[in-house]
Design a protein. Structure first.
Length: 435
């Protein structure tokens, strides 16, 4: 229940109870700043959480995290236990792993010159030269062997953009900002357990949340900011808004590809690979088939990935999400799942995970449009394809007293690791001004 009954009853108002908003709130409460979060949905978490489809529980989107998330939560006193997980990458007839397994290490050791040039170009003496270069061109230039070329273009696929549109500098950001995705982690109990722990910590520190209250507009007034919501006005000394990307549409940036989802329930007897969370089907060179998707054509071979959904509840089934991109459809009539695409996906999974088809109990296709209808959120991993000269804005917004947090703000990156760091920066900016 909310205790925000008066328009002048808020020191710092936070818009959005996703990961970024909750982290910002906890950071402020720890510093003695009284905050209140408003959330347009009936639940917290944003893209991080679970929901039920036809009686089966599935993860919405966010599913694995880096060591940066673990370290941040520990510093904020949020009690969440994480499991170390592996990502299995199946490319043609070979299987690689993150963190590296013997096959992955063998591939790296077989290409010492390429690895040296790669490291030098991303982190070393040549980093400035290649920072704005597209990943595809850079990787093709440093490796003679086609096998590492394909593997080292994987980050672009995971972000939903062609490798030519993924800057080399984004690889360096992983280390610079200590996101820690080199070691995938999943919260014990799934994303709902993580969100529950964040909410409990925030409320424990004296924070407050209003659900089903949508932000509409804000304006500077004497002594602070007046915020218009779907349930009346709020006057606050400061505002942190977990902004979306609408403010960047004026730049006419190209949208990233939305992702489609197949929810699948399997019999509990199915044996998923031990210690593996995400399995990536990654044929050939992503530069080829992703270019076809960008051009609006369905390639004969294409990549997709799947993972087991975590939950705090025991079920008599295993829930799995399958994610894949479909051809660019800007201005089209909507995304549909063709029989050819569905057959391709399940045939490929059967080769990677034998017995998958026989264990199938339920499947449900969720198009990008249906995803947005169900969750009021976009399924685009990278909302906009950013040119090399693009820099995300800092937390300080155009309206005095209003600060931004979330993936539309610094630091670079469109993932949970960047979102929580932006929240900490926004909270620090509020503290600096308040001193």
């Amino acid at each position: 229940m909310s205790t925000l009954d008066k328009a002048d009853d808020c020191e710092v108002l936070i818009v959005g109870a996703g990961l970024s908003g909750l982290i910002a709130g906890i950071a402020l409460q720890l510093k003695g700043r009284r905050s209140h979060i408003i959330e347009r949905s009936a639940r917290p978490g944003g893209l991080c959480g679970n929901y039920t489809s036809d009686g089966y529980e599935f993860t919405i989107a966010c599913n694995d995290f880096g060591t940066g998330m673990r370290d941040t939560l520990k510093a904020l006193g949020v009690d969440v236990e994480f499991n170390k997980q592996k990502t299995l990458i199946v490319t043609d007839d070979r299987r690689y792993s993150l963190p590296p397994n013997s096959a992955t290490l063998g591939l790296l050791l077989a290409n010492p010159r390429g690895i040296y040039r790669y490291y030098r170009g991303v982190f070393g003496a040549d980093a400035r030269v290649h920072a704005d270069e597209g990943l595809s061109r850079f990787v093709d230039g440093v490796f003679r062997d086609k096998r590492p070329r394909a593997l080292f273009k994987l980050p672009a696929y995971l972000m939903g953009v062609a490798a030519d549109d993924f800057p080399v500098s984004a690889l360096a950001d992983e280390v610079k900002y200590k996101f820690g995705y080199h070691q995938p982690l999943t919260p014990v109990g799934g994303p709902n357990a993580l969100v529950t722990a964040l909410v409990e910590r925030y409320l424990e520190l004296g924070g407050d949340i209003s659900y089903n209250r949508e932000y509409l507009a804000s304006s500077a007034v004497a002594g602070g900011v007046r915020v218009e919501t779907s349930r009346g006005l709020i006057d606050a000394a400061k505002v942190i808004t977990t902004v979306d990307w609408s403010s960047h549409e004026a730049r006419a940036l190209r949208r990233g590809l939305p992702i489609s989802v197949l929810h699948v329930a399997l019999d509990r007897s199915f044996r998923y690979p031990s210690g593996v969370h995400t399995v990536v089907h990654y044929p050939g060179d992503a530069g080829d088939w992703f270019a076809e998707l960008e051009a609006g054509r369905q390639p004969g071979r294409f990549g997709f990935h799947l993972y087991r959904c975590g939950s705090r509840h025991a079920h008599d089934y295993q829930a799995v999400n399958i994610y894949f991109y479909q051809p660019r459809n800007d201005g089209g009539t909507g995304y549909a799942l063709s029989e050819e695409v569905e057959v391709y996906i399940f045939d490929a999974i059967e080769r990677m995970l034998p017995g998958f088809g026989a264990a199938l109990l339920y499947k449900c296709y969720v198009s990008p449009e249906e995803f947005e209808r169900r969750h009021r959120l976009s399924s685009r991993v990278m909302p906009y394809v950013m040119p090399a000269d693009f820099s995300k804005p800092t937390s300080a917004g155009e309206t005095p007293g209003v600060y931004g947090a979330g993936n539309a703000c610094h630091p670079p990156g469109d993932h949970a690791g960047a979102a929580i760091q932006s929240a900490l920066l926004a909270a620090e900016a509020v503290m600096e001004v308040s001193r």
